[in-house]
Design a protein. Structure first.
Length: 360
């Protein structure tokens, strides 16, 4: 989509109400984050004048009383749900029947506020495509590519987006610490290839820690990435349509921007815009757009980087359904442009209608 069309969507604000169904919760390890994001999005869209229904693929339609009870219970917990609890939810999930649910079929736009799992790996997007229901975010192929860190890094390199070296392994692999040290050196980052919110991620500083870190990551995905650790500053760039938003910097209280730092108020300092030279900020935005296009992304996404002390940028990953909680990064980037959260969510809906709903 060209600049003119994206600018039109970015500036458009609905005058007539539309029916929006927000998908939230789900059965991934990021369920709690998704609930917090989705409830906040639902409020924002109601403030913008839309009719909103919330649907949890794990439980079905959500009443306003259930929404209020979740809000009263507080935000994201310090730890993600257990795998046992998520497995139990998966057995009764409505994902395969989403396209036939009346609350979904009647939507003018489905706002996908799911994180990880079926919501972010392209499964839900493919179901909605088959049902011909417009939705926010990227399509099923782009979602799957971005979720797979190995494939996305290959596409980044092909597009000229720098990314750290890596090796793929798994629970039954014979990968040795000496091979890792020779190829990447220590420290390394060990993480599931298809997970988010740093779930299952470890920083391995010495050879003896490697087997345990691989085993931990393999609890969440059979494919495990061992990636060269890039010391430096953590930067992030939101993209909406073909527009790169202000660069942000994350300064976590922990060594890495982990689950607790991401979703606990006060556990990280987030600066928007980041304290960067104009040239470095422009380069981060340029690379974010290259990465966005390399994965064929749509709608709103977030591209994360590490920047060395010498100013070299290395792309970590693309997040196709970035968090929208009170501590999340994308809303802060929008605020840095003078866009309040309600207007930002409204623009995401407008962009989805423009690209998947036959225009305005």
């Amino acid at each position: 989509m060209g600049l003119r069309e994206t600018t039109r969507a970015m500036r458009f604000r609905y005058i007539v109400q539309v029916n929006v169904t927000v998908l939230l919760g789900g059965t991934s390890s990021e369920r709690d984050v998704s609930l917090a994001s989705g409830l906040r999005i639902a409020n924002a869209l109601r403030d913008a004048g839309h009719r909103v229904t919330c649907v949890d693929p794990a439980r079905g339609d959500m009443t306003r009383a259930e929404e209020d009870a979740l809000r009263a219970a507080g935000g994201v917990k310090r730890e993600p749900p257990t795998r046992e609890a998520l497995r139990a939810m998966s057995e009764t999930s409505f994902v395969t029947t989403l396209g036939a649910m009346p609350s979904v079929r009647s939507a003018d736009v489905v706002f996908i506020a799911l994180h990880g799992g079926d919501g972010e790996d392209g499964t839900v997007q493919a179901i909605l495509d088959l049902a011909r229901i417009p939705y926010t975010g990227s399509g099923h192929l782009a979602s799957a590519l971005a979720m797979d860190k190995d494939l996305s890094k290959r596409l980044f390199r092909a597009a000229g987006v720098p990314t750290a070296d890596w090796i793929m392994t798994g629970p039954d692999s014979a990968l040795s610490a000496s091979e890792v040290e020779k190829a990447l050196g220590f420290p390394v980052v060990v993480k599931p290839s298809k997970e988010g919110s740093t779930v299952g991620l470890s920083i391995v500083k010495e050879a003896g820690q490697l087997p345990g870190a691989i085993a931990e990551a393999a609890l969440y995905d059979a494919e495990v990435m061992v990636e060269q650790f890039v010391p430096g500053r953590e930067l992030t760039v939101g993209v909406l349509g073909d527009h790169a938003m202000p660069v942000g910097e994350i300064i976590p209280k922990h060594e890495i921007y982990d689950y607790e730092c991401k979703y606990t108020a006060g556990m990280a300092i987030e600066e928007f815009p980041a304290k960067l030279s104009a040239a470095l900020a422009a380069e981060a935005q340029r690379l974010s757009l290259l990465a966005f296009r390399a994965l064929k992304l749509d709608g709103c996404a977030r591209i994360d980087f590490r920047m060395t002390s010498g100013g070299e940028l290395f792309c970590l990953e693309a997040n196709t359904l970035p968090g929208m909680t009170a501590t999340s990064l994308i809303p802060q980037a929008a605020a840095a442009e003078g866009i309040d959260f309600s207007t930002f969510c409204d623009r995401i809906v407008a962009l989805a209608k423009l690209t998947r709903g036959g225009g305005q």
